[in-house]
Write a protein of this length. Structure first.
Length: 613
């Protein structure tokens, strides 16, 4: 493209000045405009003009929850006075939605929506299905998901031998020639932290291909001798700050690299061709659409990935809008990419928007790479590292913030969360406009009690993942002990402190489907119903809060609360249709949420998935 001098360059013609990108933003917790069904019908009629021009799409016969009423109570999730809720429970506040030119033009009753039906209208009878505002997954790694489609799937392997067997079978099934890299993903770098594998068996069974196997949580990688050799990793390779090359007693690398050291190996793996990668990315995004997801924020985007997203936007193949968080991780930030965007400023137009940067403030709890205020309960003397010691370039982050970019900070440990909040506090002193950038703390996983109120004070969004609690609850308390665990995965504490809570999946590392996540949010139980009564059940949310964290609240985190996150005339026609009604489900029947299915997904008025048959 003539206007795209390099893959890492911002696009010209879509410049959004830093200040205009966030000007006039609405406060996050002020609630949405409240409209009754009758008022919605009137607005719809007014939008339609006297003749009610025909809709492109009409959904009718549904249980529509608009989420246009006020937020629930922070203390216990009790529905607001204007919510469609009474002593008998929740009731849908509309039956039908009409859509034209990608926007909602009417929300109301089946009878009144008829005025929008004409010859060319695609009419869908929902037969009582539930219609929710489009689900927003505002922390994804679709890139990893796409690459996963090109990689050996090691999720669920019980041990090293089983992992190696799967790699051998993959080489055989795909007839991979000697010399070609084999990439795999999903061995459990959290659960295996005390008994990491080595090169020995992997090199023995696969001597002729470099093999690179990324851990489930992305904080440890495992390679064979051919891979280490291709990457130039030897006994002379120093441990980078914030990372470790695991070694035997003699100092020889044993095949696993942790945290910041993972890049020593990952950087040696060649990229797939553009065609292969783009096709895998489209497949991945299509499956997100089939899971009801209508918008994503994509974390850790580098030049290669951004170029692919730009190609798909140009060819109109993005099934949903994508908010890009530029990658800043690494020993040397991708300065070409960042320099270009720093000069350009945030891109706030179109289906693909680049207005955020992601920065890692520490590692992960499973690998004890999270930065803690005190020692790990199961590893005296260790408390991880973070912030500047972890390689964070505050100068770079601050320059991007001053240019108007949203800062999304990965912080797991209580020290990392505190230091990240301290950083935002100091940033707002020197760059007051940065306060309006909707900065986010990603995961906010272990937080000291006195720090919860600071999220609200610093306008920092707590961006959390229900499934992480389910995945980690087997060992998290061993790491942090019985006191600190009370501030871990603490969704209710975030709400109670008045901070904005957004949910996401962090896919593909955990089960990223909506229903197990909603179930986890309202029960603090895994799909097997464990533990009985829920894991620290005082942190449970109500179904409405869980839904809002994926819709209205998540929308604020992607600067879209006036267009997404609720069903109302004038908003984007983003709808997720399900065969369960999470609001009307009784508390003693929350297990039934797990059986939910997405029946239809609508993005900007277009049916991108229809699975009703
Ligand atoms: Zn992530």
């Amino acid at each position: 493209m003539a206007d795209r001098p390099s893959v890492s360059a911002p696009r010209s013609g879509t410049r959004g000045l830093a200040t205009t990108g966030v000007a006039g933003f609405a406060p996050p917790r002020g609630g949405l405009t409240v409209l009754t069904v009758a008022a919605l019908a009137m607005v719809g009629a007014a939008c339609g003009g006297p003749a009610n021009p025909a809709a492109d799409l009409v959904l009718r016969g549904g249980r529509v929850y608009t989420l246009t009423w006020s937020d629930p109570a922070r203390e216990d999730g009790a529905p607001a006075a204007d919510a469609p809720h009474d002593a008998s429970g929740w009731h849908p506040d509309a039956q039908a939605v009409a859509v034209r030119d990608g926007r909602i033009v009417f929300v109301g009753s089946d009878a009144d929506v008829q005025a929008y039906v004409a010859d060319g209208t695609h009419v869908v009878d929902l037969a009582g299905a539930t219609v929710l505002p489009g689900i927003i997954d505002a922390h994804t790694h679709a890139d990893s998901y796409a690459r996963k489609l090109l990689q050996v799937d090691l999720v669920g392997v019980a041990n090293e031998a089983e992992a190696v067997d799967r790699v051998v079978a993959w080489k055989h099934d795909r007839q991979i020639p000697d010399g070609e890299w084999i990439v795999g993903y999903g061995w459990d770098d959290g659960a295996w932290a005390d008994h990491y594998p080595t090169t020995a068996l992997l090199s023995d069974k696969l001597p002729d291909n470099p093999v690179y196997l990324r851990g489930l949580h992305g904080f440890a990688v495992w390679g064979n001798e051919a891979a280490l050799s291709a990457a130039g990793i030897t006994r002379a390779t120093p441990d980078p700050a914030g990372g470790a090359v695991l070694r035997d007693k003699g100092g020889e690398p044993t095949g696993v690299l942790k945290d910041r050291a993972t890049e020593l190996l990952s950087s040696a793996v060649p990229e797939p061709s553009d065609d292969v990668y783009d096709a895998a990315l489209v497949t991945a995004l299509d499956s997100l659409a089939a899971a009801g997801i209508t918008a994503i924020a994509e974390a850790d985007v580098g030049a290669y990935h951004l170029a692919a997203l730009q190609r798909l936007e140009t060819s109109n193949e993005l099934p949903m809008p994508v908010w890009v968080w530029l990658h800043t991780q690494g020993f040397d930030p991708d300065t070409v990419l960042l320099h270009g965007w720093l000069q350009h400023g945030p891109d706030t137009e179109g289906r693909l928007q680049v207005r955020s940067v992601k920065v890692f403030w520490d590692g992960a709890l499973g690998s004890r790479g999270a930065w803690m205020l005190d020692d790990y309960s199961d590893a005296p003397g260790q408390r991880g590292i973070g912030g500047s010691a972890y390689g964070v370039s505050r100068d770079w982050v601050s320059r991007m913030a001053e240019a108007g970019f949203q800062i999304t900070i990965h912080a797991i440990g209580d020290a990392a969360n505190r230091d990240a909040l301290d950083y935002l506090d100091s940033l707002y002193v020197v760059a007051p406009s940065a306060r309006q950038n909707r900065n986010r703390i990603e995961h906010a996983q272990v937080v000291a009690p006195e720090d919860f109120p600071r999220f609200a004070e610093l306008d920092a969004i707590a961006s959390m993942q229900p499934q992480h609690a389910m995945d980690d609850m087997r060992w998290a308390e061993e790491r942090v002990g019985p006191e600190r665990i009370k501030g871990a995965y603490a969704w209710r504490s975030v709400r109670r402190a008045g901070a904005l809570l957004a949910f996401s999946s962090d896919l593909p590392g955990a089960d990223w489907h909506l229903f197990p996540s909603l179930h986890a949010a309202v029960t603090r139980q895994n799909p097997a119903g464990e533990p009985a009564g829920g894991w620290y059940p005082e942190q449970r949310l109500s179904p409405e809060e869980a839904l809002r964290a994926y819709t209205t609240w998540a929308a604020y985190g992607i600067f879209s609360e006036d267009r997404k996150g609720a069903i109302a005339p004038g908003r984007d026609a983003d709808l997720s249709v399900t065969d369960v009604d999470p609001l009307a489900t009784a508390a003693d029947d929350y297990g039934s949420i797990l059986g939910g299915r997405i029946l239809m997904t609508v993005v900007n008025g277009k049916v991108v998935f229809d699975g009703r048959k």
